[in-house]
Ligand binder design. Structure first.
Ligand code: AMP
Ligand code: ZN
Ligand code: FE
Ligand code: FE
Length: 285
């Protein structure tokens, strides 16, 4: 079933393959009418996205971001919706995080080279373009050089958290990220929580810090997994949200924009919250 809303997508400004305009055109064509652009650690795609969204009178774009957080052993990502992204302090923080992505990307390429795998940092940076560098760019370099047959295989063999080429980078704690997003008027949501250890403890502490939602409807989550997460969201008084996390990189887990069973009701409640936080001056609601 398709949804009118998709609250989690990536463009060429981070590790997605479509420009913001291409992404919005695709989403609109597929029936999406409310979309958040949530690139990793970068908001530079938002002006282009708002310009593209302006071509569709029936389309609402939510300014968003996705940030990785430092939680030992866990890949904890937090989305921020309705962020007031233009402030200097916020942008300086993001620039610092993107800088650490460069060092870490170079570190991963060096590890691969030491393993006798021929990928160059120059090529990875070319693939990343002007956006935030991420592991999917290294995966693409491995793919085009013929070392792996898919992006997923690059993660499975080399780049996943426990993979031989993985390098950590500087991240803020999940509480710090939630607080940072709130400080710029954002509404923070815990991303793709299905496989996280100690999820209930995390939810309790992030709720305290200002978390307002959790992704429940996501990619290939099965109905029973969705139901488990929906009950947890209810328990912690969090909005059950979600999105496709569309990157355009393929893989069995990929869903097209809007191709997730996110109901309208929690999205309406997200907009109500945004209105109460005075977002109307920044986004046409
Ligand atoms: P990074 O921000 O550099 O740590 O890369 C994180 C991104 O890599 C995520 O947003 C996903 O798009 C992708 N990713 C993470 N783990 C996997 C995996 N096991 N298979 C495919 N893609 C993954
Ligand atoms: Zn990504
Ligand atoms: Fe993520
Ligand atoms: Fe994502």
């Amino acid at each position: 079933m398709g949804s009118r809303a998709d609250l989690h997508t990536h463009s060429t400004y981070s590790d997605g393959v479509l420009t913001p305009k291409q992404l919005i055109d695709l989403a609109h064509r597929r029936g999406v009418r409310i979309m958040a652009l949530t690139d990793h650690d970068i908001t530079d795609g938002l002006p282009e996205a708002f310009a593209a969204a302006g071509a569709y009178p029936d389309f609402t774009l939510i300014p968003g971001i996705e940030m990785s957080t430092d939680v030992p052993g866990n890949e904890v990502h937090v989305l921020g919706h309705f962020i007031d992204w233009r402030g200097d302090a916020f942008q300086e923080e993001l620039a610092r995080l993107r800088e650490s992505r460069l060092d870490r990307g170079l570190g991963m390429v060096r590890k691969l080279q030491q393993m006798g795998i021929n990928v160059t940092w120059e090529r990875v940076k070319e693939i990343a373009g002007e956006g935030a560098v991420g592991r999917p760019h290294i995966a693409q370099a491995l793919l085009e050089a013929g070392h792996v047959a898919s992006v997923n295989e690059a993660f499975d063999r080399y780049l996943s958290r426990n993979g031989p080429a993985y390098v950590e980078r500087e991240k803020m704690t999940s509480t710090e990220v939630v607080e940072l997003l709130r400080s710029v008027g954002g509404l923070p949501t815990l991303a793709h929580p299905r496989d996280l250890d100690n999820l209930e403890a995390l939810l309790a502490s992030l709720k305290q810090a200002g978390l307002i939602g959790m992704e429940v409807y996501y990619q290939d989550y099965a109905p029973e997994e969705v139901e488990r997460l929906r009950q947890l969201a209810l328990k912690f008084d969090l909005l059950p949200l979600g999105g496709s996390d569309y990157h355009g990189l393929g893989g069995p887990q990929q869903r097209e924009p809007g191709d997730i069973p996110l109901p309208n009701e929690p999205v309406e409640r997200l907009f109500e919250l945004a209105r109460r936080h005075g977002v109307s001056e920044r986004v046409a609601l």
